[in-house]
Each structure stands twice: as C-alpha cells, then as structure tokens.
Design a protein around this ligand. Structure first.
Ligand SMILES: Cc1ncc(COP(=O)(O)O)c(C=O)c1O
Length: 437
C-alpha cells in the first residue's frame, strides 16, 4: 500500500536520526582511539565529566523531539534517583546551589506550620562552599558557625551543644569533599532538640555512614550534578526529600511558586481565588530553578554508571593515600570515621606547620606539570568580602578553618584519572617531595 506523505516524512526522520546516532558514535570511537595520555601536554584535571555516545545520543534525541521543559525523562530520573538513595522522592533542579536554596526556603515556607522565621539560627561549618552558606543569609536566618576538624574537614559534633541556643532551629551540614559526618551524633542532637537537618551531599554522592546513604538522614539531601561531581547532567542538582509532605513545597518553590500536587485547600476556600487555574495559582513565594529535559536524559545514562564511577574514585583515593602515607611529616592526611564509607570528591591535603615548603610552591609545581588542583572551597567563609556585614554567631575562634584557608587544597580522584595518569601524578609528586626528605 502507498504510504501517506506523513508516513514518508516519519520514515525520513527515522533515517536521519539513525545517521545522527551513527555520527555521534563514530565521533566517540575516534576520541577513544586518540585518547593516549601524553604527560605535561595533556592536562590532568581535578575532576570532569565522564560520558560518551550513550549520553550524547540521549540528549540529541530529546533536543530533536523539540520538548525542552521537565517531562517524562525528568520524572524517570527522579524516580530512579529516589530508589537508589532510599528517599521517598526527589526533585530535579538546575544546580546544587538551587537545591540548597530550595531546601532552606522550604523550611521557611508558609506551607510549613513550624516554619523557620527571620532571626532563627542555623548551625553550619565555617569551612564551606558559598551556596551551602548563602541560603541561610538569603532567608534572613542567622548562621552559627562551627569550626571543622583537621583531616576530616567536618564539624566536631560535640560543639553542637556549645552552638545551641533557644533560637536554634536547623543544621545545614555539608559532608566535606564526600567525607561523611558523624551521623550518629548529629542525628541524636537533631532528635533531642527537634531540629530540621539539611545534608549538603553535593560532593558526597555514593558515600554512606553505617551502611545508610548520605542524603537520606536529613529532612533534605541536596545534590549537585555539575560537571565535576560524581555524576553529571552538565549542570544540575536534586533535592532528595525524606518526608513526602515536603515534596509539593519544594516543587512549588522550584516552579515559580505555583500549586503543585496536594496543598491545603483552606488557603483558597471562600476567597476570590477558589477554583483558579493551578498553573497560575501561587501557594509559595517561588523561583524558577528547573533543569531541562535533555539534562535528565543525560542523567538517566549517568545513573547507570554510578557504581563504576564510585569504584574508581575509591581506588584512586586509596592509591594516593598509600603514596602520601610516606609524607606524613609534611601533610595532614584525610581521615574518615570507622562507620563511614566515603566516595571522595577529591584528595584533600593540608600542610603541617612544620612542612618544609609553602602551599604555593607545591601547587605551582603541579601546575607546571599540568596537574590541576583546587583550594578547599572558602577556607573560612566569613573571611570573604561578601560577608562583611552578615550577622552571625560562632563557636570558638574558627582557627582550623582559617588554617585551611591558608594551607589546604585537593587533587583529583575522578574516573578520568586512569592508571597512566595516576602514575604520572605520583611520579611528579614524588619528585617534588623527595627534595625535602
Ligand atoms: C558542598 C557544595 N555545595 C553546593 C555546591 C553547588 O553546586 P552547583 O555548582 O551545582 O551549584 C557545591 C559545588 O561544587 C559544593 O561543593
């Protein structure tokens, strides 16, 4: 039977899509053939995206579909992600920073009966990332800063008691560079004082404590899928929600503030707004922090790779730990708790007071050999110019955070570092360090 014009167009579309898929596949095949590492010429990044034709094909297909807003691929990503992380639901966002903003804003939302109010206190470490800290200030809450411990770069939970006041309502807790906090002590404190807990898991996807995945302890776990993180959507993030009642609030705040799913009808009953089109009915004071559908399509492929990615990060971390154990006279080495199973974001080091060289000399040497490094985020956030006028409290003098600001850094462990690159890293490190032995 003769095909209709529409049928012919569909056939042609299929053929063109096949050609595109083949071209994408050929492109990555060529890249794989040409992937030989040339020391010094090729940069060893501290982290980066690891993907191939599977991700790119999925993204291309979604772009060709012509539907960009969050839809079925985003739904599927959220479902799979929640299952992996053992939370009741999760909401995709356009970044980890947005995930943090949504989590803290949700705790302040008019939809939460015991919500946080301006001036309420949130305990958080001083050695942190900007957008872990910022949502506290952006929501007119008062940060209470704790120092971090050498080697773990996490808070000392014993200091939570010192930080506590009658205004304390929440803890904003990053697992620094993927290293799990002492969740037994933190959860005891949270329960004792009926606090909200947001875990910033941006750097810690795949880490667990006592066999339980990070991000599933707190009211919210916030994740980043920026290109350097354990999995990537290019940019992106998610809020993992433990208590299902919070999901429509997070979703509403993400989607301009409109009514998403069930919300309290009493809010509109008998008012002029009763029965109004949900798409333009606003129940929270929201933002637009949505990702794009093709990012979710990339994410679905990345989720399939998680176990492999985690394994390589752990392997690279352990190899570096073994190497640096010969140089403990110069460095404070990374440490984790006995119940922790970290999937490290990077390999952190801090120069000891008695080290025989300066951080700058060491980082310059690595840079000269095209090995990338990063500083430990803010060091002490409150030392940065943006925060000069921020009102805060602190416990102690934050001396370790100040020390980190001047003496800490990290190098890469990501899956793009294969054995050739790792060997070159180790040789280069050794050449520098052996000058001081
Ligand atoms: C601990 C922490 N929180 C939040 C973020 C922000 O994530 P994003 O870059 O996706 O906004 C980062 C970024 O690396 C981070 O390290």
């Amino acid at each position: 039977m003769e095909k209709t014009l529409q049928g012919k167009v569909l056939d042609e579309e299929r053929t063109i899509r096949d050609r595109i898929r083949k071209n994408v596949s050929d492109f990555f095949e060529l890249k794989r053939r040409d992937s030989k590492f040339t020391p010094i010429k090729d940069r060893i990044r501290y982290s980066g995206p690891v993907y191939d034709e599977k991700e790119v094909t999925q993204m291309m297909e979604r772009i060709l579909d012509g539907w960009f807003g969050v839809s079925s691929y985003s739904d599927e990503f959220e479902k799979n992600f929640s299952k992996i992380f053992g939370v009741s639901s999760s909401v995709l966002t356009n970044s980890g920073s947005s995930a943090n903003l949504l989590a803290v804003s949700a705790l302040c939302s008019n939809q939460v009966p015991n919500r946080l109010k301006p001036g309420d206190e949130v305990i958080t470490p001083a050695c942190t990332f900007s957008t872990t800290f910022n949502p506290i200030v952006q929501n007119s809450l008062t940060p209470v800063l704790l120092d971090v411990q050498p080697g773990t770069y996490n808070i000392n939970p014993e200091q939570l008691r010192e930080a506590f006041s009658r205004k304390t309502r929440a803890i904003m807790l990053p697992h620094t560079l993927g290293n799990p906090n002492d969740m037994d002590a933190v959860m005891d404190f949270v329960k004792e004082h009926d606090l909200f807990l947001v875990e910033d898991v941006a750097d810690a996807l795949g880490s667990s404590f006592g066999g339980k995945k990070l991000g599933s302890f707190g009211n919210f776990g916030t994740f980043s899928f920026y290109a350097s993180h354990q999995i990537t959507l290019g940019e992106g993030g998610a809020v993992a929600v433990r208590d299902k009642r919070f999901e429509p609030i997070i979703r509403s705040l993400r989607n301009w503030g409109r009514g998403e799913g069930p919300f309290d009808d009493d809010w509109t009953k008998g008012t002029i707004i009763e029965g109004y089109d949900n798409r333009y009915l606003y129940v929270t004071i929201g933002y637009n922090l949505k990702p794009l559908e093709f990012q979710a399509a990339m994410g679905l492929e990345q989720l399939k790779r998680i176990d492999g990615f985690i394994k390589i990060r752990k392997k690279n971390f352990n190899a570096l730990l073994e190497f640096f154990s010969s140089y403990e006279d110069q460095f404070i080495l990374p440490e984790s708790l006995p119940k922790a199973d970290p999937c490290w974001f990077g390999f952190p080091l801090t120069l000891k007071k008695e080290a025989k060289f300066k951080r700058k000399d060491f980082l310059d040497w690595l840079e000269k050999h095209n090995i990338e490094t990063r500083l430990l985020f803010a060091g002490n956030i409150i030392r940065h110019p943006a925060y000069r006028e921020v009102v805060y409290r602190k416990v102690g003098n934050l001396e370790n955070s100040d020390y980190n600001l001047k003496n800490s850094f990290f190098i890469g462990v990501y899956p793009g570092i294969d054995s050739e690159r790792l060997n070159f890293m180790v040789d280069t490190l050794k050449k520098f360090l052996d000058k001081f032995n």
